[in-house]
Ligand binder design. Structure first.
Ligand code: SAH
Length: 358
């Protein structure tokens, strides 16, 4: 069971006192386990809001993309819908509903560590199966995998340059129950790519070993079992120097090293790394493209119009949600979509070659 957020600071303080500083990655893992374990952080009254919570159109268009892949792959009847970190289950419910309209009703399998969120997800998608890791996914059927704002919640490791070379960035107790990050003791130069090694002190180089491990496993599954994957997140297509670790609470940024377990810790996703891992498994990689472009290519404008026609009284709200998802001032440019698919499956929709950022 994940620790109660109210006890986490004391637990971490004790651990640091007894066994020494912990890595930024261990701190982030513990903080997010406690944070997501306690319940529902999403929605307008929660700490942050995600695309599926803004509008049903997001999940519906993802469902449409998956259905199109499935139809052109010859309608294999044993595909499984997989979602990583489904939050409230809203995206899955919207996607599966739009898939059923085309006669596609795959079994749903959710990878989720939070017991509290599993409960909400079960309500949204009755009959869904759960596992805590991707290792427990079925291993003999094609997988259609969706991950929205999942990879950004995984713990990042940080290296920091000092006058004595690169060190792992570790967390120590500051005063009382307060924490701060500082360079650790052991040399870590070899873990930093040569092009960044001479960066002035104190520079930070970030990696996400958990994201790489999950991606490598899923890419292997898609390669041998067939299927496709959509990743939607904020992230970068040019690795660089700098910390992207941030804390968000009640829609405001906070100090990531204060109040562990009380706010969401995220880091930007390294799309180049995810794409390269898929290529290593001989998969087709499309994008990443900007979320706004992808949603437009999939027909969000037509979908918004038809929703407005059906519910004229909600037209303003529907158009505002469309704008938030698509326009650069909202989530349209910051968020990217990466498509990954088996070479034996059809070329996916929505990724015009000229739009690729990678
Ligand atoms: N996809 C949802 C929620 C995003 S929040 C949405 O778009 O609304 C991140 C989600 O990932 C939560 O459901 C959280 O409990 C889950 N999560 C975080 N770390 C995880 C891990 N290591 N394994 C499985 N699920 C995780």
């Amino acid at each position: 069971m994940s620790p109660d957020p109210t006890n986490l600071a004391a637990l971490l303080a004790k651990q640091i006192e007894q066994t020494g500083p912990i890595s930024v990655a261990d701190f982030m893992r513990a903080a997010n386990e406690a944070y997501y374990g306690k319940g529902d952080p999403l929605g307008t009254s929660g700490d942050f809001i995600t695309a599926p919570e803004i509008s049903q159109m997001f999940g519906e268009l993802i469902g449409l993309w998956l259905t199109d892949m499935w139809i052109r792959a010859g309608r294999p009847d044993d595909c499984v819908y997989v979602e990583l970190g489904p939050g409230r289950g809203t995206l899955a419910a919207d996607a599966l509903r739009s898939m059923r309209q085309f006669g596609f009703a795959p079994h749903a399998h959710f990878v989720e560590t939070s017991e509290a969120l599993r409960q909400l997800q079960s309500n949204a998608v009755p009959g869904a199966q759960f596992s805590s890791t991707v290792d427990d996914l079925p291993d003999d059927v094609p997988l259609l995998i969706v991950a929205n704002e999942f990879f950004d919640a995984l713990p990042v490791r940080q290296m920091v340059s000092t006058h004595a070379g690169w060190r792992e960035r570790v967390v120590v107790r500051n005063q009382g129950m307060k924490f701060m990050a500082t360079p650790g003791m052991h040399p870590m130069d070899e873990l930093v790519p040569p092009e960044f090694r001479n960066a002035p002190s104190p520079s930070i180089y970030e990696t996400c070993p958990a994201a790489s491990a999950i991606m490598y496993e899923l890419a292997g599954r898609i390669s041998s079992q067939g299927g496709a994957m959509l990743i939607a997140d904020y992230g970068y297509t040019m690795p660089g120097i700098g910390s992207t670790l941030q804390a968000v609470r009640a829609h405001q940024f906070a100090d990531p090293f204060e109040n562990p377990g009380h706010h969401d810790l995220t880091a930007h996703v390294n799309f180049v790394e995810l794409a390269n891992l898929a290529r290593m498994r001989h998969l087709r990689v499309n994008g990443p493209v900007e979320q706004g472009e992808w949603l437009k290519a999939l027909g969000i404008d037509a979908r918004a119009q038809s929703l407005c026609t059906n519910q004229p009284e909600k037209a303003q709200q529907i158009l505002a949600a469309r704008e938030r998802l698509v326009e650069p001032a909202g989530m349209g440019s910051l968020f990217k979509i990466l498509g990954i698919s088996s070479e034996e499956w059809p070329e996916p929709e929505g990724f015009g070659a000229s739009q690729s950022l990678g």
